[in-house]
Design a protein around this ligand. Structure first.
Ligand code: CA
Length: 231
């Protein structure tokens, strides 16, 4: 397992390397102190996961995620500082998979890394699930192919898992807690910001008008339900 750390603080870089070295023997850590060199290493080294600081000397961490997302779906965990709550949501919106608030413990770093790798793992194809097919939207659960009309839609593993769980329970309201537990894991049941961002990302990709959703419906204060398009 190869970890790329993009972080300008030598101290934090070293702490992260040491954590993996001591607790995750089959991992190797490479590091960059600038955004531009981090992007270059992402391309040349194909790491399994990136740990990205938002405050970098040469470019904004958000810009780094954006650029990486142009060519790769590799899982990204952002490092942010406590005062910047808004950064978490912005990072998730731009395609980060998770965030860690500084200062963080070794255990938290390892737990978040495991959770993100688990979520980005694409399970073996199961040929047994019936596809959902309408002219507006079709989902092939076996091949994980999603079409909006005749256009193929690209979803990240977590986006697909969320859509899958909602669509399998068509018409039924699933609580925030149940969705977070099923898709993200039991340590995330109180982190509703993930769900909010991912529902929006799915709406942007699947709905005719994402501001007036017809497929992914909110039940305020309760949860979300999937409504199968009629045509
Ligand atoms: Ca920094």
């Amino acid at each position: 397992m190869k970890v790329l750390v993009i972080e300008d603080s030598a101290e934090i870089q070293e702490a992260i390397s040491l954590t993996f070295e001591l607790h995750w023997p089959e991992s190797s850590v490479i590091a960059a102190s600038e955004g531009s060199s981090g992007i270059a290493l992402t391309e040349s080294e194909s790491p399994d996961i990136i740990i990205l600081d938002l405050g970098l000397p040469d470019m904004d961490g958000f810009k780094v995620i954006k650029e990486i997302r142009n060519f790769s779906d590799i899982p990204v965990i952002i490092l942010t500082v406590r005062e910047e709550e808004i950064d978490k949501v912005r990072g998730l919106e731009l395609g980060a998979d998770d965030y860690i608030v500084k200062p963080f413990s070794h255990m938290e770093l390892l737990a978040r890394t495991r959770a993100v790798l688990r979520r980005s793992h694409i399970p073996e194809l199961k040929g047994t699930e019936e596809p959902l097919v309408t002219s507006k939207l079709s989902i092939d659960f076996a091949t994980r192919a999603v079409m909006r009309g005749d256009k193929q839609i690209k979803l990240t593993p977590t986006e697909f898992n969320l859509l899958h769980y909602l669509a399998r329970n068509e018409g039924k309201v699933l609580t925030h807690r149940a969705l977070l537990e099923k898709v993200w894991g039991e340590e995330y049941t109180d982190s509703s910001e993930y769900l909010k961002v991912y529902i929006q990302r799915l709406r942007d990709k699947l709905e005719d008008d994402p501001s007036d959703p017809k497929i992914l419906i909110s039940e305020r204060g309760v949860g979300y339900k999937f409504v199968k398009p009629l045509t």
